[in-house]
Ligand binder design. Structure first.
Ligand code: FE
Length: 356
């Protein structure tokens, strides 16, 4: 009995030893595979963009290249703080934001590395790339005016500045100053008109608020339909999304609105970009570059235009029919980095004038 127990134990030990050596061998093989693979297999994307079209594009990129896109979604400031906190251990390869001001911040924090390629240079105009090649623009968006066609005649409209006049008292709708879109808008006025004038503008808009700011850009348009105000400041693609929405209510709201590009005779309509930069120390920098090249290529740019009503950065791609129907327009002519440089001043002014 004792003998057979000993035999059994010995047999078990042999089996275990055999298993162990097999596992070791296998893990050795795995290790080799892992060591060869990572450069090709994945890219970790930190993004603050919140549009359905993006996921479709990542899927297409995965199919075409075999590179897996791991998406981490949050607000840009949260992502920037996270990358800072994670330091050299960060898994982030690419930071994508819906506003150039945040890319500027990431660059200033030393989180980005230079990235350039002939393909990127060809696909993105110089004006929409960082001077130090630390970020590139992916799409353009205009901050436009939409108005109640029954109550406002387009002839009454001219500039952002004119919205501060008395005739617009209790009629202007715009979201909170916490929105980077508004921060960049005011930052552009600081750049173009100086701090004093920018503050006057912000104060004038607050004086003409139809209500305390609430909701996002689309909610401002809906507030027009609800009779709360007559004119709203919003990003162009949201208006396109509403016109083509699955929700009949949104379509109805949008169809009763007119669209107006302000400051055409003066300083141009405010334009911002969605853009991206490669993270310093990225372990998949080549893959990140490939994703940038893909997103600024003709196929992806066509999708941004047709599915999300954004303006392509790639000159070979036409805007959607809807955007074309709005006509060509004059854009602000300032370096995009100034939107980031003036961000802190803009937030200060918003606080001073009580724009919540
Ligand atoms: Fe947006």
């Amino acid at each position: 009995m004792k003998k057979s127990l000993i035999l059994l134990v010995v047999a078990l030990m042999l089996v275990l030893a055999a298993c162990g050596s097999t596992t070791k061998k296998e893990s050795g093989a795995d290790k080799d595979a892992v060591a060869k693979k990572p450069e090709k297999s994945e890219v970790n994307l930190y993004t603050s963009r919140h549009y359905d079209v993006d996921n479709e594009l990542y899927k297409k990129f995965e199919q075409e290249t075999g590179i897996k896109v791991n998406v981490i979604k949050d607000e840009a400031d949260v992502l920037i703080e996270r990358i800072k906190r994670e330091g050299t251990a960060t898994k982030a390869d690419l930071l994508l934001t819906a506003d150039v001001g945040r890319l500027y911040r990431a660059k200033e924090e030393g989180l980005l590395q230079t990235v350039s390629s002939d393909i990127l240079s060809k696909q993105i105009p110089e004006k929409l790339r960082d001077v130090d090649d630390m970020w590139v623009g992916l799409t353009k968006r205009a901050r436009i005016l939409v108005y109640n066609k029954d109550k406002v005649k387009p002839e009454e409209l001219s500039t952002y500045e004119a919205l501060t006049e008395d005739q617009w008292k209790n009629r202007v709708l715009v979201r909170s100053s916490e929105s980077v879109y508004n921060q960049s808008l005011l930052a552009s006025f600081i750049e173009i008109n100086g701090e004093e004038k920018a503050k006057e503008w912000a104060q004038g808009i607050v004086n003409n608020f139809a209500q305390n700011p609430e909701g996002g850009d689309r909610d401002q348009a809906k507030a027009i339909a609800a009779g709360i105000g007559d004119i709203a400041i919003m990003n162009s693609y949201y208006f396109g999304q509403m016109l083509n929405s699955q929700e009949p209510e949104e379509v109805k709201v949008a169809e009763n609105l007119g669209v107006f590009f302000p400051n055409q005779e003066t300083t141009g309509t405010h334009v911002n970009i969605s853009g991206a930069g490669v993270i310093k120390g990225s372990k998949n920098a080549d893959n990140a570059l490939k994703l940038l090249e893909f997103l600024t290529g003709e196929e992806a740019q066509g999708e941004f235009a047709s599915a999300n009503y954004e303006f392509p950065v790639n000159h070979n791609v036409a805007p959607s029919e809807l955007l074309k129907s709005w006509g060509e327009f004059k854009e602000q002519d300032i370096p995009l980095s100034t939107l980031g440089e003036n961000n802190a001043k803009a937030i200060m002014i918003f606080n001073e004038v009580g724009w919540k």
